[in-house]
Design a protein around this ligand. Structure first.
Ligand code: DMJ
Length: 707
């Protein structure tokens, strides 16, 4: 099979490319940019506009000869214009990079090769927990790249430019007129990392010619920020800082121009009384729109998971207003005084007050915690306020949400839907599996564990955090291991003792109970039973797990492999890579869409028909992870290519490829560089005192004197 793509690529006429510098004009909310304020990108941009660089080819005016008339002339003119048109099209085709879009035969055969490989997996033994030597991780990483290529090429061929894509029906739709680039922009930096140059060129051309964000339509503020703004910013970062990865020519500021235009529009969502963003935003009007449900409350995680993106943009443009806009949200949330650092999952934009007291690290709660520690790391550990909030929250998680299963003592991160004083529900969304990796990242800052342990600041609490990360990682892995497909369901329940065992009971000597700040300098024991050997019935750990019918689907989510990547890079333990490899094989086997060769003879001649061999043509979500073959769901989430495959690729890469020491990944797996504070980019707020307020008569003397 060979094809040219994109088949329905943007026509030359339909949409005008936006002006190169349109984003500099005063925007709807922030009133333009202080381009002279800071070094770095601002200066680059100043130079760019001062020197008026040559415009790209597509903007050049064609030369027209003087008009002549008469039949011969007309005839010649038709001929000449035909020829000219032909050459112009040819020139445009190659200049625009689409000439490179035809796949080399070896690449177009990926689907066949992958299918042959998937079939061969039947014979590959399952990882049994024993040490394995001589694994070719480079070859394994190439398999991830192959899966990406097949997914992308199918999308490019059949769904190019669409925001939603159904890989079985081969159709889809846009979320707004003209599309937001939902899949293209989200997947772009994965292609850069995988060095898929011609595909990056195609995506870039589409962004250049077709992408605009001025639709009179509401979009989700958070999703658009993490996927689109995040995707454009990381594409800018990788293409400028890693120029050897997928090098393509063209305007270096393309991604940042688009990002800035989008950010200006998104800024309207923060125009609430409290500064907490509204759930949605009308892109054209830059007007925030309260959620239609939940009494207008925004999700807490959504309001607090836009900070890395806007702060990095502030750094790039020197525009501190972005910075202040998103850090204000952190202040409002922290001012609402939550118990032990744990936050309810809804917050009102008008008042900045929480709605209800449902506390969980699954949907609507998850990335609030993730962005606490990542904000601290993004600004090179120069903003201690976020570390303090993270430490407090992690203590709160350990105290109120961690429990253990009945038989195998698997560690469970439960939920408190009715507040911290009420029952713990032993339910884990797949989303919550971001936590083990994030805990390890928080404890070490991303450096290898052996190195982190040598720091004079390393304490018993850090050891306990690493132990918790390891135990939770194992639980997340168990949710894959327990199903027939080897793929986790969307939600898993666990069976506990009647009175749930809490962490303080399980580890009486832990810092939860004592104030022991010194490291024990010895390995803390894992309390869970081993999951291997798989055929040992006495372990019975599977009976600790309960999957409800409505939760059996799998959207090819990234959180578990994301955590595996952090755990491998930080602990250096190869086990995490082996678990990842088993998971990857399960995705390849069970989420693949296979086009089977038809071996029936031609009915007319009765001779065998020469057919293409069977091949994998794409990958899709599943409706049921516990049936073989699994019931499929015709849906390709953009995070399959943006996150899941990227994290697999990074897990099988060396740890110094996009190292954790220098980078911080946003919640959609888009890497940004760590940077230093400076100028107006600084922490502009302080936490309120957490001490209980004293009645005037009991206040200490000195304080009374001051008042
Ligand atoms: C992604 O869009 C992000 O990781 C987000 O924070 C949570 N969910 C999805 C993937 O599961």
């Amino acid at each position: 099979m060979s094809f040219q793509y994109p088949p329905s690529n943007p026509s030359l006429s339909s949409q005008q490319p936006l002006e190169n510098n349109h984003w500099r004009s005063p925007g709807p909310k922030l009133g333009g940019y202080g381009l002279s304020q800071s070094p770095g990108i601002s200066n680059n941009l100043n130079t760019f506009f001062r020197d008026r660089r040559t415009l790209p080819m597509y903007k050049d005016k064609p030369y027209f000869a003087p008009r002549r008339t008469g039949p011969r002339v007309r005839h010649r003119r038709v001929l000449y214009s035909g020829l000219c048109l032909f050459f112009l099209i040819l020139l445009w085709y190659y200049m625009s990079g689409w000439g490179s879009a035809e796949l080399p035969i070896s690449e177009s055969r990926k689907g066949e090769e992958l299918w042959a490989w998937v079939q061969s997996l039947e014979k590959e033994p399952f990882y049994n927990g024993k040490e394995l030597k001589g694994i070719d991780w480079v070859a394994r990483r190439e398999k991830v790249r192959d899966v990406f290529i097949v997914s992308w090429d199918d999308y490019a061929k059949n769904g190019w430019g669409l925001d939603e894509y159904h890989p079985i029906a081969k159709n889809g739709k846009n979320m707004v007129e003209g599309g937001l680039g939902w899949i293209i922009v989200d997947a772009l930096d994965t292609m850069i990392l995988m060095n898929l140059t011609s595909r990056v060129q195609d995506a870039r051309s589409w962004i250049h010619h077709s992408l605009q964000y001025n639709q009179d339509h509401d979009v989700n503020t958070f999703e658009t920020t993490i996927r689109m703004l995040g995707g454009l910013l990381s594409a800018h970062y990788l293409s400028t800082s890693y120029p050897t990865l997928a090098p393509v020519s063209g305007d270096v500021d393309l991604y940042i121009e688009k990002a800035t235009d989008l950010a200006e529009r998104l800024a309207g969502a923060f125009d609430s009384n409290s500064g907490v963003p509204y759930a949605s935003i009308n892109l054209k009007k830059s007007e925030g729109i309260a959620a239609h449900s939940d009494n207008g409350a925004s999700s807490t995680s959504e309001a607090t998971t836009v900070q890395l993106e806007f702060k990095y943009l502030a750094k790039l443009t020197g525009e501190a207003a972005y910075w202040r806009m998103v850090e204000k949200v952190m202040q409002v949330v922290d001012d609402s005084k939550m118990e032990d650092g744990l936050v309810p999952i809804y917050i009102y934009p008008e008042t900045g007050k929480f709605r209800g007291n449902n506390i969980r690290l699954g949907s609507r709660g998850d990335s609030y915690y993730e962005y606490l520690i990542k904000q601290y790391l993004q600004t090179s550990e120069q903003e201690p306020v976020y570390k303090e909030m993270w430490d407090e929250a992690l203590m709160g998680i350990r105290k109120h949400l961690i429990t253990y299963t009945k038989r195998a003592k698997l560690t469970v991160l439960g939920e408190r839907p009715s507040g911290l004083e009420r029952d713990l529900v032993p339910k884990m969304d797949h989303l919550a599996c971001f936590l083990p990796g994030t805990i390890a990242l928080g404890a070490t800052g991303g450096v290898p564990l052996s190195q982190a342990k040598k720091s004079p600041n390393w304490s018993q609490r850090h050891d306990e955090e690493i132990l918790l990360a390891e135990e939770l990682m194992k639980t997340c892995w168990a949710t894959y291991l327990v199903t027939k497909t080897g793929l986790a369901p969307e939600i898993t329940y666990f069976n506990l003792d009647e009175t749930p065992v809490m962490m303080k009971d399980m580890y009486p000597g832990s810092t939860l109970n004592t104030d022991n700040r010194k490291s024990q300098q010895e390995e803390l024991p894992l309390k869970s039973k081993p999951l291997y050997p798989l055929d040992d019935d006495t372990l019975n750990w599977e009976n600790d797990i309960d999957i409800k019918m409505q939760d059996r689907h799998n959207l090819q989510r990234p959180e578990t492999v994301e955590s595996l990547m952090y755990m491998y890079r930080i602990t250096g333990d190869e086990t995490y890579r082996h678990w990842g490899w088993e998971m990857f094989k399960s995705f390849a086997r069970h989420t693949a869409i296979v086009e089977h060769a038809d071996h029936h003879p031609d009915p007319k001649t009765d001779k065998p028909v020469k057919q293409d061999p069977s091949q994998i043509i794409s990958f899709t979500s599943l409706n049921n992870v516990n049936s073989i073959p699994p019931a499929r769901r015709d849906n390709l989430e953009s995070f399959w290519m943006a996150e899941t495959l990227k994290y697999f690729y990074l897990l099988f890469s060396d740890r110094d490829f996009i190292p954790l020491e220098d980078n911080v990944f946003n919640t959609e797996a888009h890497p940004f560089p760590k940077f230093e504070l400076g100028g107006d980019l600084k922490t502009g707020w302080k936490r309120k005192s957490r001490e209980p307020e004293l009645a005037p008569e009991s206040a200490p003397q000195s304080q009374q004197q001051v008042q």
